[in-house]
Design a protein around this ligand. Structure first.
Ligand SMILES: [Mg+2]
Length: 170
């Protein structure tokens, strides 16, 4: 059996991320409340600024330094390639399919979020494996375009059952 190609999302799939963002947001709102601002308004404003930035600067690669997270994780040797992109979408997947000559029916996008991971996979015709994160980032939440074509797993290690090593497959 030919090996499948797995394209893995990183934040909230390979490592936790949004839980820390949520904690920082809560700390900011508490601070604003201590300064006399309405906490609900502070949280709403924070969210509006956050959502307004993404279409303008993507996920701000420089600021969040995704490559540094990869380096610190120690996971890079387990991948044939690592790509840091401003924002994931169908075009990014099409580029990867073309660059590596991937066969869509043997290629799977694995991710934590419908908007940047699952729906782009469905759009370009590769497999989609959804591993929901307990604390999703609101910006990345969206209805799944075609749930019947999506495999949902409870946790990351379940990938081992879905994609067994070749010698274990028979
Ligand atoms: Mg993610």
């Amino acid at each position: 059996m030919d090996r499948p190609t797995l394209i893995l999302d990183a934040d909230d799939t390979l490592w936790e991320n949004n839980i820390f963002y949520g904690e920082a947001t809560d700390a900011f709102v508490e601070r604003m409340a201590r300064e006399g601002f309405d906490p609900v308004e502070a949280r709403d404003t924070f969210g509006r600024v956050e959502w307004g930035r993404v279409p303008l600067v993507g996920y701000a690669v420089q600021e969040f330094n995704q490559q540094d997270k990869v380096d610190r994780s120690g996971l890079a040797p387990y991948f044939e390639a690592v790509h840091v992109v401003p924002e994931k979408g169908p075009e990014v997947l099409r580029d990867l399919i073309a660059r590596y000559g991937l066969e869509p029916r043997r290629t799977w996008m694995v991710g934590s979020s419908p908007r940047p991971d699952i729906n782009p996979a469905l759009a370009v015709g590769v497999g989609a494996v959804y591993i929901p994160y307990a604390v999703p980032w609101a910006y990345e939440e969206a209805p799944i375009a075609d749930p019947d074509r999506v495999i949902t797993l409870q946790c990351f290690p379940d990938l081992l059952d879905l994609f067994p090593e070749p010698e274990e497959a028979e």
